[in-house]
Design a protein around this ligand. Structure first.
Ligand SMILES: [Mn+2]
Length: 373
């Protein structure tokens, strides 16, 4: 066993230097480089995308714990916009996650900001230009402006940012307590939900590591969070205004009870066996909120939606899931109809579907007949 190892090209393989105990020396690991960047700051704040989801919440919690355990530096978790999906609210409440609203923050001297599950200048934040961003840790396809950031770990092949954060904790021999393990596990579960092929070996390792540590009772209570009446109203609106164009279904909701409802409608519609694509577009606070899902692989949904939306607004996401937003100059019926028809035209063109009259998912006659007065 003394022959020197060579790579496939025949050149000697460069080996990471080893410490006396046989482990890779510290600076070879990403988590060490991450921690080294933060060592001299007095405080670290964690930020993420607007309407934080379980993956971003779990990631912020995991990194805060890592920073606390390894550097002893105080941290704070922030919230940009609302958390409105019932499951996500249950996660915040049941796991008692303290979040500082981003608009109430003034950055302090000697403070570092770490962005997770998102990238700067993707139009998904309300951060000023003065944010002292030091590190970005993410897995989204949508490219951000990463110039001048000291530490960047963006891995597009990963199912969840929580998996990446879990790998940092493991590298540093930090075992999460049951609260943190629950958050990380739920974060990964929601990202991989329904599309297991998006999972990488890093995600698998994290899931196996976290599962025995997580509180399964809390997980169940988060997954099955109680739903407000507005949820059923929003879902009904979505179902009554769903139109099929070949392998695409589009659902229009005139009045979203909360912005994340568009994603909930589309998560449901993409299970329809006759379609490969589902889009929900709903009005919320002078914005048209968009959510797109694909049931086929290699869909590049994020790129597609961003091209379709173009200069009307902004959009981005993953291979099979994307979101976006179009600001509305007016919420008059005609203005909304104008944007809807432009969006439909662009989407059909991008998907090579001939312009046609959409077929209702539920016919008007059925909708009326089923009404009990
Ligand atoms: Mn994520």
């Amino acid at each position: 066993m003394h022959e020197s190892k060579t790579s496939r090209t025949g050149k000697p393989r460069l080996k990471a230097p080893k410490s006396p105990n046989g482990q890779k020396t510290s600076m070879a690991r990403r988590s060490d480089r991450f921690l080294a960047q933060l060592g001299n700051y007095k405080r670290v704040s964690l930020v993420t995308h607007v309407n934080p989801d379980p993956d971003s919440l779990g990631s912020m919690m995991g990194l805060a714990h890592l920073i606390d355990q390894k550097l002893g530096i105080p941290t704070r978790l922030t919230r940009d916009g609302l958390i409105s999906r019932a499951e996500n609210r249950a996660m915040v409440e049941l796991l008692d996650i303290e979040l500082v609203p981003i608009e109430s923050i003034t950055w302090e001297a000697d403070e570092a900001v770490v962005m997770v599950d998102s990238q700067p200048n993707t139009g998904r934040h309300h951060l000023g230009d003065d944010v002292p961003l030091v590190a970005v840790i993410d897995h989204h396809d949508t490219p951000g402006n990463l110039e001048d950031i000291d530490f960047v770990d963006v891995r597009r092949s990963l199912g969840a940012t929580c998996s990446l954060v879990t790998s940092y904790l493991r590298e540093q021999d930090i075992s999460p307590d049951s609260r943190l393990a629950t958050a990380l596990l739920y974060g990964i579960e929601t990202e991989l939900c329904g599309y297991p092929r998006e999972a990488s070996p890093v995600d698998d390792k994290a899931l196996i590591h976290l599962y025995p540590l997580a509180n399964k009772d809390l997980m169940a209570r988060i997954r099955n969070a109680r739903l407000p009446q507005t949820y059923f109203n929003g879902l009904l609106q979505g179902l009554q205004n769903s139109f099929i164009y070949d392998r695409l279904i589009i659902s229009w909701v005139d009045d979203l009870p909360q912005p994340e409802m568009a994603a909930e409608v589309v998560d449901f519609l993409i299970r329809f066996e006759e379609v490969d694509w589902a889009l929900c577009a709903g009005v919320y606070n002078n914005n048209l909120i968009l959510s797109l899902r694909a049931a086929v692989s290699d869909a590049q949904a994020g790129d597609l939606l961003s091209k379709v939306v173009g200069k009307l607004g902004r959009a981005g996401g993953h291979d099979r899931r994307a979101g976006g937003l179009i600001p509305l100059a007016s919420v008059s019926e005609s203005a909304i109809e104008g944007i809807q028809s432009e969006l439909r035209k662009r989407l059909l063109k991008a998907m090579h579907i001939e312009e046609c009259r959409g077929q209702r998912l539920v016919s008007k006659r059925d909708i009326l007949q089923n009404l009990h007065t």
